[in-house]
Design a protein around this ligand. Sequence first.
Ligand code: ATP
Length: 503
Amino acid sequence: AATSMEELVSLCKRRGFIFQGSEIYGGLQGFWDYGPLGVELKNNIKAAWWRTNVYERDDMEGLDASIIMHRLVLRHSGHEATFSDPMVDNRKTKKRYRLDHLVKDQKADVIAKVAEAMGESQENLPAVVSAMMKDTARAETALKEAGVRDPFSGEVGDWTEPRPFNMMFKTTIGPVADEDSYGYLRPETAQGIFTNFKNVVDSTSRRLPFGIAQIGKAFRNEITPRNFIFRVRELEQMEIEFFCAPGTDEEWHEQWLRARLAWWEAQGVPREKIQILDVPKEDLAHYSKRTYDLMYDYPTLGFEEIEGIANRTDFDLGSHTKAQGDLGIQARVEPNDDSVAKLVIPHPETNKPIVPFVIEPSAGVDRAMLAVLSEAYTKEVLENGSERIVLKLRPHLAPLKAAVIPLARNRPEIVEKAKSVKAQLQALGLGRILFEDSGNVGKAYRRHDEVGTPFCVTIDFDTIGQGEDTSLHDTVTVRDRDTMRQERVSIAELSTYLRSRLS
Ligand code: ATP
């Protein structure tokens, strides 16, 4: 696995996985562009998730809802009021920081002083920060007296009282920009699932328990985006809302935890690199009864959230439904006079219409990509003492499944043969096969090791029957990424050979 974030950033840029957004104009913080190989890897991760969670189950449906949503959706979901991070300003540098990041980044003795001033343990940073948000005047004094430094200038800052900063991006809709003509870029894909609950139930005749899966962009105006693609402002999520009868929710929560851990293993992220955090009650989001955060051991960062698996109770459907009073909703929901739909489904036993509970496994595509890359990253010392970097990606995730390389690019018969072999392999539908006529086979092997291409197929003079050994006519050399062993395979058998090793 990778030992630092830096080596991943460098590989990603060098080989075309990930670039800084708007780079030629100086870049835009918190926005990243996925390059030629990045888009393939990302698509493969999403396809693997969709296969496992939609195609291989019999209790799931898919959805692709719009990104911009009605302001009332995000009002009734609770995001307008509570989707915020604690923020503090330094009057000297005019820089703004997310309070918990600011405190976490201080030296241990400074953190201890802040914690002590707030009457909390320095081991429990979330508690320190929530105490600071409860008593913001005391927080200001604590930041001052502990000598909290500005990470930008390195000097002791002149801090304001902390305050909540709402992270939703707002945009105007239509030609008239007045008070009511705005909408939000969704901060999570989940809300599109809740607002379509009735549409999906009515159009598929689903009964409890069942789930809806969605992959899509979400937007969060993070105060301090950082750590490469770990914390970005435009992100992609893979979310499931799994609806079940109240009382069965805890068992489903456990089942989804097991299912999700198994999925991560199948992507090459081993169980021992993930810690399960049973989120303490006081840190739970406004909708949650219980949440498991899966914490992956990222290089340089340490254990940070890769996926959250929350029991959202009947909060969301309850908040978005009309006629709440008759439905026996258990969560504390605000009144809703705006919704025109009753978000109910028959109870599996009593047949009485109920608002179901929901279990939500929510994973970030960008954070998945970082974890998968980090696990695959391998530095090997070869027998001759030289070093090679190889991405040992699972074949189903590899951006390129195979490269077809003509040994001599000035020999039309060889080039043509290579093109026809490429077309033959491409037609298998395994993913992208690259025709690679860069001219230097050794260099091509090294490049394909670095980007995780499982096989290189070389077309040479023997292939076209012009080598010394005529028995090798219509055979190719197949090189294995991991073992570096080369094997002679006949073109007739090549499809079967690769298909069995790639799927
Ligand atoms: P954090 O505490 O790290 O800000 P969160 O608890 O706000 O994350 P959730 O609201 O649970 O995150 O979102 C579900 C998933 O979406 C996360 O597990 C993560 O994989 C992804 N995610 C959330 N925010 C970001 C972001 N700014 N950049 C990249 N991925 C994100």
